[in-house]
Each structure stands twice: as C-alpha cells, then as structure tokens.
Ligand binder design. Sequence first.
Ligand SMILES: C[S@@+](CC[C@H](N)C(=O)[O-])C[C@H]1O[C@@H](n2cnc3c(N)ncnc32)[C@H](O)[C@@H]1O
Length: 238
Amino acid sequence: VRLDDPDLVRREYADEGRFAVRRAAWDGADGPDPRDVAVAALAEVTPRSVLEVGCGTGELAERIQHELGAHVIALDLSARMVELSRARGIDACCGDAQRLPFPDESFDCALAAWMLYHVPDRERALSELARVVRPGGRLVAVTNGEASLGELWRLLGDAAVRRHPFSRENGAPQLRRHFERVERRDVAGTITFPDHAAARTYVAASVTRSRLADRLPAFEGPLRAIRTAAVFVADRAA
Ligand SMILES: C[S@@+](CC[C@H](N)C(=O)[O-])C[C@H]1O[C@@H](n2cnc3c(N)ncnc32)[C@H](O)[C@@H]1O
C-alpha cells in the first residue's frame, strides 16, 4: 500500500469518516500539537493571504482565518472535503496541488499539512507551491516521523519503516530544491489508546495498515504510543 497511490487517496478522502477516526486519536494526544506549531510558524510572518493545499475538513484553514485574520483560500482533491470546508465559511475549491489554478506570486504563505506524502509528483507540487508564494513568502509543511506510533505497529508485527514519500526524515532535501531556507521543527507527543478496542479502531482507520486490524493481539489496559511529527518552515528568497 503506497501513501501516494492516487486511487487510494481518492477512496480514502471521498468522505471524512476514516480521517475523523484518526484525528480523534490525535486530538487526545499529550504534548505539543503540531497544528499549533504550524499556525505559529505562519503567524511569525503575519500573512494577509494564505493558500492551504489538501485542506481536508477545513479545520486548520478556519483557525488561520480567525486567529491570524488572513484571507485563506483552501484547495482539496476531494469534493466532500471542499464542501465541509465551505460549511465553515472558508473560500474552498476543488483542485490538485500538482496544478495550482493561481497566478504566480498570489499568496504571502502556503500550508501543506499531512498531504505532500499523498502527492505522486511532489517535485511538481513543490514547484507549484514555490511559484504561487511571493518572493520572501513562506511554505509551512507538516508531516509525521517514519517511526511514529511504532509501539502500535510493533504489536501488529509490522513496524518496519517503509519508503516514505515525504516524512520528517526526508522532507527537508525535497523542500530545499524549491525554497531558499528550510528549517525543521520537531514535535513529539504521546497518544494513549485507552484499551484494545480503541487501538483496533485506530488501526482499522489507518491509511496503510487497516487490513491488519484483526491481527492486533489482546492486551490489558491502555497502550501508549509516541507520535512524532515535523513542521517544516520553507522560505522563498526575497
Ligand atoms: C490527511 S488529510 C489532511 C487534511 C488537513 N490538511 C489537516 O491537516 O487536517 C490529506 C488531504 O489532502 C488531500 N489531497 C491529497 N492529495 C492531494 C492533491 N494532490 N491535491 C490536493 N489535495 C490533495 C486529501 O483529499 C485530504 O483531504
């Protein structure tokens, strides 16, 4: 199962059901929240206009619009995600990060949160993002670490780190080909699954390991798993 398989991505986000299950687990995590770190990275440059690609349900777009007072345009491949974002009052449209329907230098900042690993041609998407951000502008890109939630995957006997399209470990060199300055801000926290049923529900909703849910061996009590993420801050030359 490849994270950047277009058929998988289309099926996965045709509706918000499985994504909502995963997000509920992240919402309960202890420690700093990578979403807060991403919003703070945008706030540092007080953008007036922000493009969010792969906006999902529009939660982050809404925060940026309200907390930073920026005009946000959100884009997603999934018609359902666009509909959900619009319901939050976000100016959202259907589109592909590999072919952005905007003129050069249209935005102060762009955000790509947990989505670049779903894009088959990331070189193309990153060059598109660099094109639509103004000189001196900023891209904030969020992703997970390759060993994130390893405690859970080890129980399934599937903890081997696979080739990851865009991870905490390999994101920076990809970004450096398109942006002048790239900084990685690591964020780690703990997700506690209260019991076996909760852990199994998460596995069943995972993008690449859902078929393994029935393999989760019985265990007593809660399961703690370390979640690692990175917020990349990539600035265009002024
Ligand atoms: C894991 S969700 C992340 C949603 C949101 N950024 C967040 O952090 O809550 C990934 C989203 O990216 C979208 N997506 C995947 N590939 C895309 C592409 N090439 N262009 C635009 N959106 C894409 C999916 O449809 C999905 O809504």
